[in-house]
Design a protein around this ligand. Structure first.
Ligand code: C5P
Length: 273
């Protein structure tokens, strides 16, 4: 069985505070984008996970997801091969997307009959972005990422994703966030702007509280932002980076894609929603 594992973007991100487990409580607007890993999963004698990017580390999210399911349910063994198109350390939840896709696929193949809410709780054990990847629709996401309220929004619009060579480590971004002045975007008005498909309002109010921290960790991001703004795009980082999103007219997005492909390793127009 072949399944698609879509990347996500954060259309807004606020950090509320640190909880007792050392994780951070967040308030986010998230949406899937048309950038996918392809996961091939079939029953096998032994569980085996491979991926086109090479070695699978012990803390790999898909590996952890399979283990969480094995600990709880009498599931089959699977051969899982992942064709990666979503860059890593990018703020696009590539690893979490794989884990969520595998969770849903095993639920189907082994007939576990898990509800979305049950899969959200299982996904949370593996990583903070897995619950959203299970739901995979415009959503307001809180807690560490497990409190999900769908947003009734059917807007599909193009954005430009540009990722520089360097990634940003999520734990380091949170540590750096504590040392900087907080930035708090207004998610309630941003949610409304998305529902009303009001791009001019959205781009002038959007914000990601982790962006200043990521810019401190990877100074090249400042230059990337300026490179994108040169094409009259509004620019914001997704997640804890290092991918920057460009918002603007189709013509400007295409022009920027053409020129910035010469300079950056990952440059792609995708559709949000
Ligand atoms: O859960 P995930 O593997 O995506 O998170 C990676 C790291 O990012 C965590 O170990 C934690 O340090 C930090 N994190 C956090 N608060 C969140 C999500 C992630 O502090 N809500």
């Amino acid at each position: 069985m072949k399944v698609y594992a879509p990347a996500k973007v954060n259309l807004a991100l606020d950090v509320i505070g640190k909880n007792e487990q050392g994780y951070h409580d967040l308030d986010m607007i998230m949406a899937p984008v048309s950038l996918y890993n392809i996961v091939d999963i079939t029953r096998a004698d032994q569980t085996k996970i491979t991926c086109t990017n090479g070695k699978i580390p012990d803390d790999n999210a898909t590996k952890k997801m399979v283990q969480v399911l094995k600990d709880r349910y009498d599931i089959s063994n699977y051969e899982i091969s992942i064709e990666e198109h979503i860059p890593m350390q990018a703020g696009l939840a590539g690893a979490s997307a794989n884990a969520a896709a595998v969770l849903k696929a095993i639920n189907d193949i082994d007939g576990l009959q898990l509800t979305i809410d049950e899969m959200i709780l299982l996904g949370k054990k593996v990583g903070a972005d897995v619950p959203f990847c299970v739901v995979n629709k415009y959503a307001r996401v809180q807690g560490i990422g497990e409190k999900i309220r769908k947003i009734e929004c059917d807007w599909k619009f193009p954005i430009l994703l540009v990722k520089p060579e360097q990634g940003v480590s999520t734990p380091e971004a949170f540590v750096t966030w504590h040392a900087l002045d907080p930035l708090h975007p207004n998610l309630d008005i941003l949610e409304k702007a998305l529902i009303y498909q009001d791009l001019p309002f959205y781009v002038t109010h959007m914000g990601n509280a982790l962006q200043p921290a990521a810019f401190q960790l990877v100074p090249a991001l400042e230059a990337l932002k300026a490179d994108m703004e040169a094409f009259e795009l509004y620019v914001m980082m997704t997640g804890s980076g290092s991918t920057m999103m460009g918002f603007g007219s189709k013509e400007n997005l295409m022009q920027a894609q053409k020129e910035l492909s010469k300079k950056y390793p990952f440059v792609k127009i995708v559709t949000v929603g």
